[in-house]
Design a binder for this molecule. Structure first.
Ligand code: FPP
Length: 223
């Protein structure tokens, strides 16, 4: 959800105002995904590298997360949305951890749209966590050394059991992955736009999906 800060700057507003409008955009996009009957939407809300930002901005982002859950949880529940976070929650402020856990618990039976929120998430950290857990299993004799394959490895990722993303959208003109779903995006289709996240609308999402439908996915094979 990139470009909140720059969007605010173009309007002479503080960065957090951009994040605030960004949270509104998220509401619209979640509704659109629901209308389109998509299976899963994953949003990158806070990376393991975002701790480098000023404390005031981090605090404001955590407050926005809490506010988002407070305001939206009832509707998310009614709409059959299941909330799940990926990342290391234990470093978040306690109030944010509790809110997130409550939202996950109260929506765990929902089956319409999975809203996966990447919070204190880093793709490398996720892969290293998987490696560490697998090596423990090997040491305990529960997995034989030399037998680890793609599907076993994927079971140790935070996204275990969730399909790999078909389409990845990056806003605000950045042309990189920034440590997002490194393993899972091996064959994901990418769609880039210069539009800042607060200006991203349902129309942009339709355009991305429309373009995606014309992509030829060969997964390394032939057509
Ligand atoms: C990146 O834009 C955006 C973030 C690090 C935060 C995204 C968070 C939200 C949209 C808040 C709502 C989230 C939830 C889950 C309620 P940037 O600030 O790096 O933009 P810039 O590159 O223009 O500075």
């Amino acid at each position: 959800m990139d470009g909140n800060g720059r969007w605010a700057k173009t309007k002479g507003l503080p960065r957090i105002a951009g994040h605030r409008v960004g949270a509104e955009t998220l509401k619209t996009i979640v509704e659109t995904c629901l209308d389109l009957e998509l299976e899963c939407l994953t949003v990158y809300a806070f990376s393991t590298e975002n701790w480098k930002r000023p404390a005031k901005e981090i605090e404001a982002l955590m407050e926005l997360l809490v506010e988002y859950i407070d305001q939206e949880l009832d509707e998310l529940k009614q709409n059959g949305i299941k909330i799940k976070t990926i990342g290391n929650l234990s470093q978040l402020p306690l109030v944010a951890q509790l809110k997130v856990k409550k939202a996950e618990k109260e929506t765990e039976q929902n089956q319409k749209l999975l809203l996966q929120i990447a919070l204190n998430y880093g793709g490398r950290k996720e892969i290293l966590d998987a490696v560490n857990r697998i090596t423990q299993e090997v040491a305990a004799g529960r997995i034989a050394a030399g037998t680890i394959n793609d599907s076993l490895f994927a079971q140790y990722l935070y996204t275990a059991g969730i399909p790999e993303p078909d389409l990845l959208i990056r806003t605000a003109g950045e042309l990189r992955l920034s440590n997002f779903l490194l393993w899972q995006s091996a064959y994901t289709e990418f769609w880039f736009t210069d539009v800042f996240w607060p200006d991203f609308t349902a129309q942009h999402l339709y355009q991305a999906i429309y373009d995606y439908q014309y992509r030829q996915r060969r997964f390394g094979g032939l057509k």
